[in-house]
Design a protein around this ligand. Structure first.
Ligand SMILES: C[S@@+](CC[C@H](N)C(=O)[O-])C[C@H]1O[C@@H](n2cnc3c(N)ncnc32)[C@H](O)[C@@H]1O
Length: 211
């Protein structure tokens, strides 16, 4: 099943089924981004708007992009605030957003479905204003090495989604090549003892001005 179709069929359960990765991402997003000021946000793979709701507590304008109509329908039902616009868009294509629109681009749990990170960093750079921030939260590649991937339950069993493994060096190489500087990297664990593999990795990058 294509990724887009899988999310269309997962959408009804996405907010309510047990999902440690989704819940830890919400915590990581809030803890990380609370420290920054932002006004105009571009949210990549906004899904059902789980993080949009929190981003709205700080932002003046948010554009959420996603290629799953059903995920977006849930987001639109939950969030009717006029400051938010949800747009159907495939992130692997050119993003139809005004250049330098955002002072924050965020992407949570979406890049594991996108093969070409270079395209994502290239587009994010164009859409960010000077000194803008690019926040990424993803399933940690260490988890991916053990076979962990996005999945949900259906009547006929578990449906696993198509995923790509991005190594830590892939994020860093693509970021640097596209004019970003790494500000913060963090690893997020299920357990306070931090003895298990980390579930998530988060990065905060800063748009450097090319001279
Ligand atoms: C695991 S969900 C994460 C949703 C939300 N960011 C969150 O943290 O709850 C991944 C989302 O990425 C979207 N997505 C995956 N590949 C995409 C692509 N190429 N273009 C647009 N959206 C995409 C899916 O439709 C889905 O809504």
């Amino acid at each position: 099943m294509s990724i887009e179709k899988a999310y269309n069929s997962w959408a009804d359960q996405y907010d309510s089924n047990d999902n440690k990765t989704r819940d830890l991402d919400a915590k990581a997003t809030i803890e990380t981004l609370s420290k920054y000021r932002f006004t105009n946000v571009l949210e990549l793979g906004c899904g059902t708007g789980k993080n949009t709701q929190w981003l709205l507590t700080k932002a003046e304008r948010i554009i959420g992009l996603d290629f799953s109509l059903e995920m977006l329908n849930h987001a639109k039902r939950k969030i009717t605030d006029r400051r938010v616009e949800f747009k159907l868009a495939d992130l692997t294509k050119e993003w139809d957003i005004e250049n330098q629109f955002a002072d924050l681009v965020t992407s949570s749990l979406t890049l594991e479905h996108i093969d070409d990170l270079n395209h994502i960093f290239n587009q994010a750079y164009q859409k960010l204003s000077e000194n803008g921030i690019f926040f990424i939260s993803e399933l940690h590649p260490f988890k991916q090495y053990t076979g962990s991937k996005a999945k949900y339950k259906t009547e006929s069993g578990e449906e696993e989604l198509e995923v790509y493994t991005h190594h830590l060096s892939d994020y860093l190489d693509n970021a640097l090549r596209n004019g970003f500087k790494l500000l913060v990297v963090n690893e997020w664990f299920d357990d306070k003892t931090r003895n298990e593999l980390p579930r998530l990795v988060t990065f905060v990058f800063n748009k450097r001005i090319k001279k």
